[in-house]
Write a protein that binds this ligand. Structure first.
Ligand code: PD2
Ligand code: ZN
Length: 294
């Protein structure tokens, strides 16, 4: 076998430029062989092929480590998606069915009806109220947290599995999306009063920012977002997607789900919370990571 053939195949698994770039980025972010082996196996590699790839000499892999997909796009990650979405109205969410009433392919996006009951929405609000404070966002410059003028809401995070209610909702989301509960960040609840908004942004962490490597240590990239509506503001407060000119109007118990396999604007997942005009808007957001979020 020529060196080049060796460099481009691990058993029957292609070692594409994207795989090389992924491996180089993961190593640069500080992931060790055990974590990389688990990621490859989670991504569908067989054990022997993954071990073979990880044992390849750095010089062989480095050849094209900087070569990513055309136009310097970052590697593509597996993302959650409900079984039969786009083929059937009612989707299996474990303890209930949820209707997918709007389906987009680019970006992969669903508007979901009936994910939470009215009682569950109210119970989330009641549990969140005593713990609310001004919302912070992750600071990609440092990896820490900061207040953000673009996000004039109040919020709090639940711990994963911290109560029966939270566990029940997390299990439902996991069953619906086919993604492990462990890969989810803690549920965040936000309240927007009149005039409050969340200006358009991406939810993934920008690979070019210096703080991103440290953020990625806790479970890799965010790959999908689920925004659940806990009430109905009197006016305003839609979740907007400027790239696809879509506005999702909040309805208690409904949700919007979207994924981003590449942490890049090519994902077309720019989105924001339009200003609330009157009344309050309450949401719960679940962000999903590549791997277990710790
Ligand atoms: O409140 C929203 O509609 C909204 C908009 C943009 C929520 C989020 N992003 C988020 O939680 O990431
Ligand atoms: Zn967002």
């Amino acid at each position: 076998m020529s060196n080049n053939a060796f460099a481009n195949k691990a058993f029957d698994q292609d070692i594409t430029p994207a795989v090389r770039a992924w491996l180089a980025e993961q190593r640069a972010a500080g992931f060790g062989p055990d974590q990389l082996l688990k990621s490859l196996i989670d991504a569908g590699w067989n054990d022997a092929a993954a071990r073979h790839l990880l044992a390849m000499p750095a010089s062989t892999l480095a050849e094209s480590a900087q070569v990513v997909e055309p136009d310097n796009l970052p590697y593509s990650l597996p993302v959650p998606w409900p079984a039969h979405a786009g083929e059937r109205l009612a989707l299996d969410a474990g303890d209930c069915h949820v209707n997918a009433i709007t389906v987009l392919q680019d970006p992969p996006l669903l508007v979901l009806e009936g994910l939470l009951s009215r009682e569950e929405c109210q119970a989330l609000i009641d549990a969140a109220v005593p713990r609310m404070s001004r919302s912070l966002t992750v600071d990609v410059k440092t990896g820490g947290e900061e207040t953000n003028q673009a996000r004039t809401s109040q919020g709090m995070f639940f711990e994963r599995g911290e109560s029966e209610l939270i566990s029940r909702i997390e299990a439902r989301i996991s069953a619906l999306l086919g993604w492990p509960v462990q890969n989810g960040e803690g549920l965040q609840v936000l309240r927007y009063g009149p005039g409050a908004e969340y200006k358009p942004h991406y939810d993934y962490f920008d690979p070019a920012e210096p703080g991103t490597a440290s953020i990625l240590q806790r479970g890799g990239q965010r790959v999908a977002t689920l925004v659940m509506y806990l009430n109905e503001p009197e006016a305003g407060g839609a979740t907007v997607f400027p790239d696809v000119t879509l506005a999702v109007v909040p309805k208690c118990g409904n949700a919007v789900f979207f994924s981003y396999s590449q942490p890049h604007p090519v994902s077309r997942t720019l989105h924001g919370g339009a200003p609330v005009v009157s009344g309050d808007k309450w949401i719960a957001t679940k962000w999903l990571r590549e791997r277990e979020f710790i």
